[in-house]
Design a protein around this ligand. Structure first.
Ligand code: BG6
Ligand code: MG
Length: 220
């Protein structure tokens, strides 16, 4: 049996830009300006790791733990507010077709997301009913690029990671998936996703057969 584990933000749903907007707003209040490239490098990292990187980038390492908690909560409030406008139209191109294909062939699928808001995003976009296995930022303490989240998703699916494919838009997620022993499809720009076995611009480029071929190409 083989399986596919999907990242959520930026792979299934167009929420990566909402995270980026909220971080940019918070950094702006701190007098820190963030480039698009820097914001992309935050993808996949959990909330506190992202904030730590921003404060380091902005030379604000003196900010203490209690203030960091407050800042992270502030960013999350804005992010959750922006989710109120989320609908099934925010599901990214090719996602529904690919999930339909995988369901037709009874290929098990899971979501593995660093976000503590993953369930809310899945509910609002109508994707929740398609996934019996969801491992999110509430379930896993060690964040990507640590492989734990993907190992846990494959464990719950009852499939060896070596027999699986992960679909990821973040460099930290590609690294985590490789460390878990799975094949990896990167979604985005090849130069920003080193280590991916295949890189696509979006899920319209993926088919069940293409994913299966990737699993079959894995070294025995
Ligand atoms: C990931 C996003 O899926 O979840 C990151 O790519 C985000 O940008 C992380 O920081 C944590 O999300 P949340 O909703 O728990 O703050
Ligand atoms: Mg992502």
């Amino acid at each position: 049996m083989w399986a596919v584990v999907f990242d959520l933000d930026g792979v299934l749903v167009d929420t990566a830009k909402l995270h980026a907007e909220a971080w940019r707003r918070l950094a702006g209040e701190l007098g820190i300006s963030l480039s698009e490239e820097f914001l992309r490098s935050l993808r996949g990292l959990n909330r506190m790791d992202s904030l730590d990187r921003i404060l380091e980038w902005g030379g604000r390492t003196e900010v203490g733990p209690a203030e960091r908690e407050r800042l992270a909560e502030r960013k999350n409030r804005w992010y959750v507010e922006s989710l109120e406008h989320l609908t099934p139209r925010d599901v990214l191109p090719g996602v529904v077709e690919l999930l339909d294909g995988l369901a037709f062939y009874r290929v098990p699928v899971a979501v593995a997301s660093s976000s503590k808001n993953a369930r809310l995003v899945l509910e609002r976009t109508g994707l929740a009913k398609r996934f019996s296995v969801v491992v999110d930022g509430n379930a896993v303490l060690r964040a990507k690029p640590d492989p734990t989240i993907f190992l846990e998703a494959f464990r719950r699916l009852g499939v060896f990671p070596q027999d699986g494919v992960v679909v990821e838009d973040a460099a930290s997620g590609v690294e985590a998936a490789r460390r878990a022993g799975a094949r990896v499809v990167g979604v985005g720009r090849p130069e920003e996703l080193p280590g991916a076995d295949l890189v696509v611009s979006d899920l319209r480029e993926l088919t069940v057969a293409r994913l299966k071929a990737l699993v079959d190409s894995a070294a025995p």
